[in-house]
Ligand binder design. Structure first.
Ligand code: UDP
Length: 402
């Protein structure tokens, strides 16, 4: 099939770890690669944020990335992109009408891509599949006044859910949120994201070097408050035989980054600065070596729509400790592939980590069960289920038009 992926702020080519570059970018990249490997013709449309970018870049994984001119060709926070969406849709419609490539289905990632997809899809008569990646209503609940999303976000997400051809949720928690928001259950299918099990696997001898003599706890993600890095740092005090490595952050030097500064200051305040290392953004292809360098993956988000880093770590054969929120409650089987603890509780996190660090047989049982579980989340299986869905909505659309 000819598939248009819309990811207005999440380019699959971006360096990950910055404020607005994380799971969505990786998700779109991996899904597009898996669909291309299955023989589909995939184009990813993302906003041009650098004048030097060519309009179309062929990715080595078999799909094209098209940079859409909409707004200034510079990096903008995603919460500033709303005014440029009409320009984004107009450009797509012109291109699809005048060019020799028209999608059979449009798959939008994030609510703003959904708005673009609905407008453009209606004009060219193509169906739209929506993945939210993250829901405004959940963000508002957790971040309150610090949530800088445009005021219309929650209402737009409700409307999108009712008007697109199908909504893809990634976990059962998200289904509940969507239904409470007012999206009909019949609109929603659950297709979890995948994990790159070829690149992320146990590989003895292939790991980032580390000092001997203490445990390494790894935690990964954009340095935003809801990822809970503060909780992890606070949990380090009662674990004198462990170090904590934080992977993620903006590209370039971390010294100037306010979030990194806050975490360093907190580590000082807790007396653990000598055991906390912030390494900044790491290229996607190097993530396996970081996971393999650790004894345990820790993820302490306040909320998390999916929880990709836990699955990636499980695929590499690491035991995990996470908070019992959102997608983590589906991906981690508590007591089998890892431990789940309440969010925002350094004490509960410390206790779970202490117990795991002191229990080698438990760590190794979690590691093998986690590895097995991660295999069930392969991107090829996700791509296959989505391709079936695309074919179904395209057939329905053709029959309604015809
Ligand atoms: N990641 C990466 N380099 C970094 C930090 C993160 O490649 O420096 C990747 C990580 O391996 C995972 C994704 O970014 O694939 C983060 O996904 P997650 O769903 O945890 O977070 P999101 O950014 O969607 O909130």
């Amino acid at each position: 099939m000819r598939i248009a992926m819309l990811s207005e702020h999440g380019s699959p080519l971006a360096v990950l770890g910055g404020t607005d570059a994380g799971g969505q970018n990786a998700h779109v990249a991996e899904l597009s690669a898996a669909l291309a490997a299955a023989g589909h013709d995939v184009r990813v449309y993302t906003r041009r944020d650098d004048p030097a970018l060519p309009t179309t870049v062929g990715d080595a994984d078999g799909y094209d990335v098209v940079h859409v001119p909409a707004g200034p060709a510079e990096r903008l926070a995603k919460d500033e992109l709303l005014p440029y969406l009409p320009e984004f849709s107009r450009w797509l419609v012109d291109r699809w009408r005048s060019g020799n490539w028209q999608p059979e289905v449009i798959h939008a990632h994030y609510w703003m891509s959904g708005l673009v997809a609905l407008t453009a899809g209606r004009q060219v008569g193509r169906p739209v599949v929506q993945t939210y990646q993250d829901l405004g209503v959940v963000k508002r609940r957790h971040q309150g006044a610090q949530d800088t999303s445009p005021a219309c976000r929650i209402a737009s997400e409700r409307e999108l859910g009712c008007r697109v051809d199908r909504v893809v949720a990634q976990c059962s928690d998200e289904v509940g949120e969507l239904v409470r928001l007012g999206v009909p259950r019949s609109q929603i299918v659950v297709v979890p994201a995948g994990v790159n099990v070829a690149a992320l696997a146990p590989r003895p001898g292939s790991a980032v070097a580390r000092a001997a003599g203490r445990f390494r706890l790894l935690t990964v993600g954009r340095l935003v408050p809801r990822k809970g890095f503060e909780t992890v740092i606070r949990a380090m005090a009662p674990l004198p035989d462990a170090e904590c490595v934080v992977v993620g952050g903006p590209p370039g030097a971390l010294e100037a980054d306010p979030s990194a500064q806050r975490l360093w200051a907190l580590a000082e305040e807790c007396g653990v600065a000598d055991r906390v290392q912030l390494v900044g953004a790491v290229p996607r292809e190097a993530m396996g070596d970081w996971y393999r360098s650790a004894d345990v993956l820790v993820a302490a988000p306040w909320y998390e729509p999916f929880g990709l880093t836990l699955l990636e770590a499980m695929a590499c054969g690491l035991p995990v400790v996470g908070t019992a929120v959102g997608g983590l409650r589906d991906t981690v089987v508590d007591g089998v592939t890892g431990d789940l603890v309440p969010a925002r509780s350094p004490r509960a996190l410390s206790t779970a980590l202490r117990r795991l660090l002191d229990d080698e047989p438990r760590r190794s049982a979690y590691a093998s069960a986690g590895r097995e579980r991660a295999q069930t989340y392969s991107w090829s299986a996700t791509a296959e289920r989505l391709a079936e869905l695309y074919a179904e909505v395209a057939a329905v659309r053709r029959s309604t038009l015809g």
